[in-house]
Design a protein around this ligand. Structure first.
Ligand SMILES: O=P(O)(O)O[C@H]1O[C@H](CO)[C@@H](O)[C@H]1O
Ligand SMILES: Nc1nc2[nH]cnc2c(=O)[nH]1
Length: 269
C-alpha cells in the first residue's frame, strides 16, 4: 500500500519535472468554488490530466490544475473520499507537494456554518478539527522514513501561521472544522449533534490532507469559507451550486488573505 502511494508520487513527480523544475516552499489547496484564485500566484499551469497517474476532479468548482511556480504550488481542486477514491489518492496531492519541496501548506475549503455567529461569506481560520470520516489516511503499513507511526496531532494548525493570518485579517473568525464523508449533506439532527461535539464548520475534505501534512512535518494552515448555514439553521435546501457561487463571492477577501499570508510565510521562515 505504501509502495503504491510512493510509486504514485514518483510517477506524478517525474511527469511534472518534465515541465518545470520549481521547488516552492509554500503549497495551497483550493476548495469548492475557489479554483480561480490560482491565477493570483505566479507559475506554469499544469492540468491534472497531464500529471501521470493523477485523477481528475469530478466535483463542480474544482478545476483540476496545478499552478507551479518559484514560490508557490497551488492545487486548484482536490480529491474527496466520497468520490470513491481510496485515502491514498485523497492525500496524494499532499505527498506530491512535499516531494516538490513544500514545507508550509494552506488548505482551503467551502463549509457549512454551524456556530450561530457564522454567516455565508465569512472566513474561518481553523484552530482544530474533528475527524468523523471513519478513516485515516495513515492507515496501513508505515514508512518510518516519511513520518512516525503515531504522529502527534495536538497542534495540527500551526499557531504561528494562525497568528500571521490574524495579523493580516484581524476580524478573521476561528473555529473547529468537522469532516464528514458526505456526499449527502447533514440532517438538522446531525448538525445539532455536531454542535454539541464542538464543531463550528462542517465539510467533506481537508482533515485527511491536514493529517498527512502534519505526518510529513509540514506547517499547516486551514481556512474555511462559510458558503451556507448548515442544515436546519438557514432557509431552504442545501445545494452545491450555491456552495460554489458563495465560494466565488468570498474570493475577494480570501485573495488578499492568501496572497499576504504567502508573502508573510516567505519572510517568516
Ligand atoms: O471541501 P471542499 O472541497 O471545498 O468542498 C465542500 O463542498 C462540497 C459540498 O458542497 C464538498 O466537497 C465539501 O467538502
Ligand atoms: N458536509 C458539508 N459540506 C459542505 N460544504 C459546503 N457546505 C457544506 C455543508 O453544509 N455540509
Amino acid at each position: 500500500m505504501i509502495k503504491n502511494r510512493q510509486e504514485m508520487v514518483q510517477v506524478a513527480l517525474e511527469s511534472i519535472r518534465k515541465k518545470n523544475e520549481y521547488s516552492p516552499k509554500v503549497g495551497l489547496v483550493l476548495g469548492s468554488g475557489l479554483s480561480s484564485l490560482a491565477e493570483e500566484f505566479e507559475g506554469d499551469t499544469i492540468p491534472f490530466s497531464e500529471i501521470d497517474g493523477y485523477p481528475v476532479p469530478t466535483v463542480t468548482g474544482h478545476s483540476g490544475m496545478l499552478r507551479l511556480g518559484p514560490e508557490t504550488a497551488v492545487m486548484a481542486g482536490r480529491f474527496h473520499y466520497y468520490e470513491g477514491h481510496p485515502m491514498d489518492t485523497v492525500v496524494l496531492p499532499i505527498f506530491l507537494l512535499k516531494s516538490l519541496g513544500v514545507q508550509t501548506i494552506i488548505l482551503t475549503n467551502a463549509a457549512g456554518g454551524i456556530r450561530h455567529d457564522l454567516a455565508p461569506g465569512d472566513l474561518v481560520l481553523l484552530s482544530d478539527h474533528i475527524n468523523l470520516l471513519g478513516a485515516n489516511p495513515l492507515m496501513g503499513p508505515n514508512d518510518d522514513s516519511l513520518g512516525p507511526r503515531f504522529p502527534d496531532m495536538s497542534e495540527v494548525y500551526t499557531p504561528d501561521l494562525r497568528r500571521l493570518a490574524k495579523e493580516i485579517d484581524p476580524h478573521l473568525a476561528e473555529g473547529v472544522y468537522g469532516a464528514v464523508t458526505g456526499p449527502s449533506y447533514e440532517t438538522p439532527a446531525e448538525i445539532r449533534a455536531y454542535r454539541t461535539l464542538g464543531i463550528d464548520v462542517v465539510g467533506m475534505s481537508t482533515v485527511p490532507e491536514a493529517i498527512a501534512a502534519r505526518y510529513l512535518g509540514m506547517r499547516v494552515c486551514g481556512i474555511s469559507v462559510v458558503t451556507n448555514k448548515a442544515a436546519g439553521l438557514g432557509q431552504g435546501e442545501l445545494d452545491h451550486s450555491e456552495v460554489v457561487d458563495t465560494g466565488k463571492k468570498a474570493e475577494h477577501r480570501l485573495r488578499r488573505l492568501l496572497t499576504e499570508l504567502v508573502s508573510a510565510v516567505r519572510q517568516h521562515y
